[in-house]
Design a protein around this ligand. Structure first.
Ligand SMILES: NC(=O)c1ccc[n+]([C@@H]2O[C@H](COP(=O)([O-])OP(=O)(O)OC[C@H]3O[C@@H](n4cnc5c(N)ncnc54)[C@H](OP(=O)(O)O)[C@@H]3O)[C@@H](O)[C@H]2O)c1
Length: 245
């Protein structure tokens, strides 16, 4: 019988799948709720602890309805939330190398996936984030969202979308420090990880710096264990090192 639940949103992500695999082992007391537009990816994962929620899209009504329905079916304390959504490229979107590549439509798609979608989930999840139990919230960001760390330029839309995400999630942490003292907020940079998102950009990655999702998930597990509930947002990489905002 589960005593807590863990929520993984954008669960078809390669890194999310590794988090699910690790968490099924490390948290036998937890139900793992996975939410994705591509939930079939879990068809071969056999576990009574895994609760699969398929969604059609990331429209605001869908997100709100998904969380409302969830509240009707379970009242276990939520101890961890992972928001894994991220878009860097698609069949029609290539990250900008120079300003002339900038395209309004591509920018809006990237902002929608990387900034708007996570924030809509967080808005819907406020009742969960303001309960009395401890909860660690991990939102997947990227080092390229750091304004201070930007030395290479390029990738205008992706960088901006993750910077905006960082600002909004940090803002939420400020609000949560007043509304609830027991949520730890982590903006997480996994490092370059072998997944569809990084696939087109892997050839320039130095030897030993292209991580397997399993390694990243294990690192993140350790980082979560070590983080104090300090009512602050932390922007951390896979080593647990702080990244400048
Ligand atoms: N891989 C890397 O090298 C790397 C480096 C730095 C940061 N990150 C960040 O880490 C996170 C996970 O990355 P990953 O490599 O595991 O990615 P991935 O395997 O390519 O998975 C893509 C993820 O993004 C979601 N997604 C795709 N298109 C979307 C859209 N239009 N709107 C909303 N959500 C959309 C998917 O949700 P569904 O499950 O619903 O399909 C899935 O959660 C992302 O936030 C990414 O930016 C990754």
């Amino acid at each position: 019988m589960a005593t807590e639940q863990i929520l993984i949103i954008g669960a078809s992500s390669t890194i999310a799948q590794a988090i699910v695999a690790e968490t099924l082992i490390s948290k036998p007391e937890a139900d793992i709720i996975v939410i994705s537009r591509n939930i079939d990816i879990y068809d071969n994962t056999q576990s009574n602890a895994l609760i699969k929620i398929s969604i059609a899209d990331y429209q605001p009504e869908t997100i709100q309805q998904t969380i409302t329905n969830l509240h009707k079916t379970t009242d276990l304390p939520t101890t961890q939330i992972y928001i894994c959504n991220g878009l860097l490229h698609s069949e029609i979107i290539t990250p900008e190398k120079r300003i002339e590549d900038f395209c309004s439509e591509a920018f809006l798609s990237i902002i929608e996936a990387n900034t708007l979608t996570p924030i809509l989930w967080l808005k819907a999840l406020i009742p969960v984030l303001t309960t009395k139990n401890d909860c660690t919230l991990v939102v997947f960001s990227a080092r390229v969202g750091s304004t201070e760390d930007n030395r290479l330029g390029g990738w205008y839309s992706y960088r901006a979308s993750k910077s905006a995400l960082n600002m909004m999630v940090k803002n939420l942490a400020v609000e949560l420090s007043r509304r609830s003292k027991n949520t730890k907020v982590i903006l997480f940079h996994p490092g370059t990880t072998d997944s569809p998102l990084s696939k087109p950009f892997q050839k320039n990655v130095p030897e030993g710096k292209l991580f397997k999702a399993k390694y990243v998930a294990q690192q993140l597990g350790k980082i979560i264990e070590e983080q104090p509930f300090d009512q602050k947002a932390s922007f951390l990489d896979w080593q647990g090192k702080t990244i400048a905002w």
